[in-house]
Write a protein that binds this ligand. Structure first.
Ligand code: CUA
Length: 252
């Protein structure tokens, strides 16, 4: 796996990863300019308004209308940037979801302290869920007798996805708030009980990727790791079939 396109960034495994790194570097660059600018201004003010004989402090502050104009101007420009640029960009990206039919759809549940994943199985159809079927080995509560439910697959901490095909992870939690962080793919999403929030990316590099829990969730938080392994597409199909023998699970 090759390292990110920018110095100091971890390896990238997804199609959109380089864009995230570019954004991070852009923001840091902007902050650096602001930091140096304000520091220079601070030094200038320290020298210009130093204590001198006969100089008296002004308690009224700056007078004149220009400062007010500048303040209002900055506020208006920031408002335009937020409403006119940031929100439309965010909306466009959030809505640019791949279709379920063309993607590998996996439900991922965080719980103290592992990542449990639910696949629709070889038929591509998720079974119905009901809380009366929830067990330790099946926190999703799949109704194995429902349509498409018999071949559903559940795995723990060991998630496989095929390369070069969009992946949709639907992130949820069984207990407290966790955070699904897949750094090499540049995706992260809080796992919130009662919600199933989808994220998507296209894996481009075959290999293993560590899932970290990025939200302090209890004494075992440090150990809440999983693996997303990216494999060739036919290997994924074989694997899914092998896991799906009549609805068995491999809870450890
Ligand atoms: Cu789950 Cu930290």
């Amino acid at each position: 796996m090759k390292f990110g396109n920018f110095p100091g960034t971890p390896p990238i495994g997804s199609a959109h990863g380089a864009e995230i790194d570019l954004l991070i570097w852009f923001i840091h660059g902007l902050m650096l300019i602001l930091f140096v600018g304000w520091l220079a201004y601070y030094a200038f003010v320290l020298v210009k308004f130093r204590a001198r004989k006969g100089s008296v402090a002004s308690y009224s502050g700056a007078r004149g209308k220009y400062t007010t104009y500048i303040e209002v101007g900055v506020a208006i420009i920031e408002g335009i940037l937020l409403v006119g640029l940031s929100i439309p960009l965010w909306k466009a990206n959030v809505e640019a979801f791949p279709a379920d039919a063309e993607s590998t759809v996996v439900e991922v549940m965080g719980r103290q302290y592992n990542w449990t994943a639910h696949y629709a199985g070889p038929d591509g159809k998720f079974g119905k869920k009901d809380e009366k079927f929830v067990t330790v080995s099946d926190p999703f509560g799949i109704d194995r007798k429902s349509e498409g439910g018999a071949d559903d697959v559940i795995v723990v901490n060991d998630i496989l996805v095929p390369v070069d095909k969009p992946v949709i992870f639907k992130i949820t939690s069984q207990d407290v708030i966790h955070s699904f962080s897949l750094r090499s793919m540049r995706v992260m999403q809080d796992a919130i009980p009662g919600m199933m929030v989808p994220i998507h990316f296209v894996p481009k590099v075959i290999g293993t990727n560590t899932i970290n829990c990025a939200q302090l969730c209890g004494p075992g938080h440090y150990s809440m790791k999983g693996v997303v392994t990216v494999v060739p597409q036919d290997q994924f199909k074989t694997w899914l079939k092998s896991k799906s023998s009549g609805g068995t699970t491999d809870y450890e």
